[in-house]
Design a binder for this molecule. Sequence first.
Ligand code: 4AD
Ligand code: MG
Length: 462
Amino acid sequence: MTSRIIDLLRTGQPDQTVTIQGWVRTRREQKEFCFVEVNDGSSMAGLQAVLHQDLPNYTELVKQLNTGASVEMSGVLVASPAKGQRIELKAESVTVYGGADPETYPLQKKRHSFEFLREIAHLRGRTNTLGAVFRVRNACATAIHQFFQERGFLWVHTPIISANDCEGAGELFTVTALDLKQVPLTETKDVDYSQDFFGRRAFLTVSGQLEAEIMAMAFTNVYTFGPTFRAENSNTSRHLAEFWMIEPEMAFCDLNGNMDLAEAFLKHIFRYVLEHCPEDMEFFNQRIDNSVLATADNIINNSFERITYTEAIALLEKADRKFEFPVSWGLDLQSEHERYLAEELFKKPTIVTDYPAAIKAFYMRLNDDGKTVRAMDILAPKIGEIVGGSQREERLDVLERRIQDLGLPQDDLWWYLDLRRFGTVPHAGFGLGFERVVQFMTGMTNIRDVIPFPRTPLNAEF
Ligand code: 4AD
Ligand code: MG
């Protein structure tokens, strides 16, 4: 049976007979021996294999063991005389599955820029940094499911093709089966989507929230974890056109319960990843951002700051610095404002609540002042907004008025309004941007380097 290298590094014992499979990272030739480091993606460190010249076909074999070659090796583990490794593999048989020509294999021993690695996204998982990123990403996903499953939340699968624009920002990708060379038009020269696949215009979803609300009205506590799509043309280090979002939705819950859950949730993810990926986190701290471990510690051990939007504006107006974008009550917070609050002022995640209704989505619960809604954004140092959520408007008349005021298609939302007609309850939820939390965790500066195959404007390779 093949062993995973991480298991051998942790618990492998001298004299144990093992087989490993993986890709060659480095080869060092000496007089009688050749040292080959093999990595199978299970951990940052690979296993060092020692090939003795007595091996059949030694010279031919060693020539094939270039960086990037795929191999299987069997042998016995021995205590390693080398520093920094407990054991190594004394190889007794070696099979090369596929070579990798050093003239053309793009991953050289030197350090490559993240920009370059994005161009070879089909190979970049074999580098130390991206390997660590994708293991941490996996641990984050596991932590997320564990958190909700332990609390009795139902994982619900909301549709990827959707007819509504939940966030109302108009950043939608249309899904169509129409022949784009012969688009049917209505009398008013609009596209006639009644002839399209769904008999109406459909989009890739920007959020599973509205459907999650449906499910919460039957199962009390639910969450989604799936891909979401936004056609916003922003080429920033924090935006993707396709990203993953986790959206819990809780019936019988208000904004305070929502904030408490979000805070416990983020703490849990950090704790889990530190426990399950210590080497990878240590690597990020050493090589990517030397505040990674301190940040994790801060998240886990301190309570988040909680302020209202109105208080946030007052603090920004008092700030002893100039912002590029204006600060005034009623305007949305820009990334520089968010970062000032979380990074410089409070130096920890900051939850801002009760934003002006005019800058938030239609479904948020209106406060008694008639001007603000029960929204909450969690702002993270270095990242800015990482969570967006709210208590939902559960009052039919207030919701209908808001839909009318915003000129939204009330007919399309008949089922959403029905939830307020039949057994409505106060409820709340939020969306966590999955890539943003992985960024926050690892200190990676560009969001394109925390998702295996980033989708951004003009970029859908791989
Ligand atoms: O604040 P947003 O737009 O909230 C919603 O979609 C709500 N329906 C969530 C809910 O209440 N159930 O998005 C939620 C989060 C943001 O805080 C951000 O972390 C992330 O999703 N996000 C993006 N991440 C990467 N690329 C983008 N283009 C993103 N847009 C939002
Ligand atoms: Mg938001």
